[in-house]
Design a protein. Structure first.
Length: 466
């Protein structure tokens, strides 16, 4: 049947290859194609591209037939759309993040409570602008009581104005704050008034600088350091023990120490401003170094104790010696009487003096040594100079060891007329009118002790014994 007489399906039109972007491939180049009905005469096609001519034909040769390999339009579109989310994400990532909040502390505002207050202003800033401000003021509760009171005021910010109202935590006194904050090249200045009860403080504080939150917290922690288990006594003092308590537990804890061989620091019984802010109080004690480890272990199970250990105390490494323990141990304990006799004899000889007494304190483990000699600076007046030393000895570690550390204080010196007959009353000038006292050299006492005990001295520059 000729193509013109072949029946055609109703409603269907033969598509034009050229209209679809393809061209007829001459029959001599095409592969045989199976017959499939009314469109079996449609020939193999390829994208319609111009044939190379001239130099292009010489370089690349005649155009060869090939089957259509171009990607369908919908695949090209999908590829383009698929790249869009990644591109959008890249643009999103490069957008500037909103500025983070920054917390800064100003601890130098003066003028509050006659400059006797410990003041902390905590500011939260966004892009350099103050968004929140809290004023924390700690001050003496009374003229001679030693107690502290405190208030914390959340301030309202209105441009340069900071205002707020609250009441003190202890005495419940009304508090109002009205300050103007200004920034200059030299820092931050504050002008205004702070009223606590009936006391009005006029504030004019200029050139205040701030510190970071990390710096502020580091300063708070340094005030009450407790070393739970020191490796040795180069970082803590062997007699100085401390506990950290909640304020409500302090009275009961101190009462539990009655009758024990322990000295309690009176000043530590009154919480500092730092302790009031932290809500924890550190009570310090002195105990004989030979009993300190046992005492600390007992404190760990005492009700109300949050932490316990050693802290800084009397030990001054510049005046501390390290000696062999073998010569001064008897039955596993330090031979204190033998050590006291050695120290008294050595110091008296070095100073040209006479040893008069040596006494150990059973609570703190401290030795009190007294030597006397004629006052060489005031010859002819028959004045006697009395030099009093304190000393302390301990194993170099809380767990013991084959070495001891020995601390010797600077001497306290006094003069008196101990001649027969009428006495000359002598007073140190520094005790009466603030003039400098008569200088007295302790001589080579520490060096003489180090030599006699074959001791090592502390090298502060390299933080080691030498």
């Amino acid at each position: 049947m000729s193509p013109s007489l072949r029946p055609r399906r109703r409603g269907l039109k033969k598509p034009s290859p050229i209209a679809c972007g393809f061209e007829i491939v001459p029959s001599r180049f095409r592969r045989p194609v199976p017959r499939h009905g009314p469109y079996d005469e449609i020939q193999s096609v390829r994208p319609a591209t111009p044939s190379p001519t001239g130099a292009a034909q010489w370089l690349f040769g005649p155009r060869l037939p090939m089957r259509a390999t171009g990607l369908p339009a919908f695949l090209i579109l999908a590829t383009a759309l698929g790249a869009t989310p990644s591109y959008a994400q890249t643009r999103k990532d490069t957008k500037a993040a909103p500025p983070a909040d920054e917390v800064r502390y100003i601890t130098s505002i003066g003028g509050i409570m006659d400059d006797q207050a410990d003041t902390v202003l905590k500011e939260t800033r966004t892009a350099g602008n103050v968004t929140t401000a809290v004023l924390d003021v700690c001050y003496p509760a009374g003229a001679a009581s030693g107690r502290k009171d405190r208030f914390v005021a959340n301030l309202t910010i209105d441009g340069q104005k900071l205002t707020g109202a609250t009441e003190s935590i202890g005495a419940k006194q009304p508090v109002t704050v009205a300050l103007t904050r200004k920034v200059s090249a030299n820092g931050v200045s504050f002008e205004g008034k702070v009223t606590v009860g009936g006391s009005v403080s006029t504030i004019s504080s200029a050139d205040n600088t701030d510190i970071s939150e990390k710096e502020y917290k580091a300063g708070q922690e340094a005030d009450d350091e407790i070393i739970v288990a020191p490796a040795d006594y180069t970082t803590a003092s062997p007699e100085a023990v401390a506990v950290r308590l909640k304020p409500e537990s302090v009275v009961d804890f101190v009462n539990s120490l009655r009758g024990q061989n322990v000295e309690v620091s009176l000043s530590s019984l009154l919480p500092s401003c730092t302790e009031l802010r932290k809500g924890e109080q550190v009570v310090r004690m002195n105990v004989d170094p030979e009993r300190a480890a046992e005492f600390v272990a007992k404190l760990k199970s005492t009700p109300g104790v949050l932490a316990t250990g050693w802290t800084n105390g009397k030990l001054d490494m510049e005046r501390t010696l390290r000696i062999a323990a073998g010569d001064f141990r008897e039955g596993g304990r330090i031979a204190k009487d033998k050590l006291a006799a050695t120290l008294s004899t050595t110091i008296a000889k070095a100073l040209g003096a006479t040893a008069t007494s040596a006494h150990w304190n059973g609570d703190s483990g401290e030795l009190r040594l007294v030597v006397r000699r004629p006052n060489a600076a005031l010859q002819g007046l028959a004045l006697t100079e009395t030099l009093e030393f304190s000393a302390m000895v301990a194993a170099e570690k809380p767990a013991g060891g084959d070495r001891l550390v020995l601390w010797l204080s600077y001497p306290s010196i006094s003069n008196a007329d101990e001649s027969s007959g009428a006495k000359l009353k002598v007073v140190d000038a520094s005790d009466s009118n603030g003039e400098d006292s008569l200088a007295t050299d302790e001589g080579d006492a520490l060096t003489a002790v180090a030599r006699a005990l074959k001791a090592q001295r502390w090298d502060s520059e390299n933080a080691t014994w030498k």
